[in-house]
Design a protein around this ligand. Structure first.
Ligand code: ADP
Length: 398
């Protein structure tokens, strides 16, 4: 069985065709600059060979057509014909309170997705455009929506309601939703396999540390708490996002810098975080290099990041009433041994003890804690595409 996974952004589209027998991609690629000058599709075969196609790609529909053509190309394709695609799994950023699980898309779902646009005005419209394009070209292939927010719908009101008048939750849907749910779910399931213990018996803290970063407290396979909130801006200091702030700072800066609402939103999302503190880059590799050359602000950005993660780990150990394993995933979590070491330093009282030799690992599934440590520390590369494909497979097999 083969499943196509689609992740549409406003001007980009990522795709993977996955063979569900091996769980490996048989082709993947990226369409960039949709609707802009210089649009391009880069298709990568299972053996890693890249085909670059520069052509006009005015909208998501044309992008999907090109992707499907590439997938069945006799030269570099991965499929004999499109009939081999059993289902398409779509990443959808926001499912609001309507979706606590992935879902097979029908007219009612499409209507509900439209109603969620208000909550993610930049992300949901291109997700929906991708779904519509696939429905038009492959009307008989089931389409499945997999939401970034769904995994966190198990949080309780005391976790997700903010200290605002309750009417604002009722009128505007202002509450904590959380994001990166597909990743947190995937790594928690892998942790259960690695630890050889059923998910229902595990208390996990999963740290998705990439350019965007969030932490989740997971009990019995369910998200109990997460660091992102109403939007992905909350929680940890990130590559370019501020993370949690005293809310009064927002109006204070708007006043001082004469920012309007859009400028302030853009500022907090793109000019802050590790980039703003370090003044070097939003990329943690660049920041690590600058810090190693003695750049004070770069070191400060790394220290704040580790401090923020530690703060959440402490809070979530309390929330969970203990912890069996800490999971590190995404770009920084999977690759940066020094960040993992800073985060786990002096946490013996929680049973967290890193084996610094084992920790010298990159992008592999490994237990990097000391043999006798009470709490395991796991590096688990995330695989959101596979998680989407697994959900699509499960739902369409029914
Ligand atoms: P996103 O999907 O949110 O864009 P990723 O999960 O791809 O982010 O993570 C990107 C981040 O991971 C970048 O800041 C990058 O510098 C960081 N990263 C990747 N490899 C390393 C490494 N070896 N050491 C430190 N940071 C790394």
């Amino acid at each position: 069985m083969k499943i196509l996974v689609i992740n549409c952004g406003s001007s980009s589209l990522k795709y993977q065709a996955i063979d569900m027998n091996t769980k490996n991609p048989i082709a993947k690629g990226l369409v960039e600059r949709i609707g802009l000058q210089g649009s391009v599709l880069t298709h990568t075969t299972a053996s890693g060979k890249k085909e670059v196609m520069k052509t006009s790609i005015p909208n998501h529909s044309v992008a999907i057509e090109l992707v499907l053509k590439a997938l069945v190309s006799p030269e570099y394709g991965a499929l004999k014909d499109l009939g081999e695609i059993a289902a398409v799994g779509h990443r959808v950023v926001h499912g609001g309170e309507k979706f606590a699980n992935s879902v097979v898309i029908n007219d009612d779902v499409m209507k509900a997705l439209d109603e969620c646009i208000e909550l993610a005005p930049l992300h949901n419209p291109p997700n929906i455009a991708g779904i519509k394009a696939c429905q038009a070209i492959m009307p008989n292939v089931p389409q499945v929506a997999v939401f970034d927010t769904a995994f966190h719908q198990s949080m309780k009101p005391d976790s997700y309601i903010y200290g605002l008048p309750y009417e604002f939750y009722q009128k505007y849907g202002i509450r904590k939703y959380g994001f990166h749910g597909t990743s947190h779910k995937y790594v928690s399931q892998r942790a259960s396999v690695l630890l050889q213990k059923p998910l229902k018996d595990l208390k996990l803290i999963s740290c998705h540390l990439g350019n965007g970063a969030s932490i989740s407290a997971i009990k019995g396979g369910k998200s109990m708490e997460t660091s992102m909130g109403f939007t992905p801006l909350d929680g940890l200091l990130m590559g370019t996002r501020s993370g949690a702030l005293d809310p009064a700072i927002v109006t204070y800066i708007m006043n001082k810098e004469k920012f309007n609402v859009d400028q302030m939103n853009d500022f907090l999302n793109t000019k802050c975080g590790a980039l703003g503190v370090s003044g070097v880059s939003s990329d943690f590799r660049d920041i690590e290099v600058a810090a190693s050359h003695g750049n004070f602000r770069a070191q400060l950005a790394l220290d704040i990041f580790a401090h923020d993660v530690r703060e959440y780990i402490g809070a979530y150990v309390a929330e969970l009433g203990g912890v069996d394993a800490i999971i590190f995933t995404a770009g920084v979590g999977e690759n940066s041994a020094s960040t993992r070491a800073s985060i786990c330093a002096n946490m013996e009282f929680f049973g967290i003890e890193l084996d610094l030799e084992k920790n010298k690992v990159r992008g592999e599934e490994v237990d990097v804690s000391k043999a006798n440590a009470r709490c395991r520390v796991l590096v688990i590369p995330t695989n959101e595409e596979l998680m989407i494909a697994l959900d699509a497979q499960e739902l369409t097999a029914k």
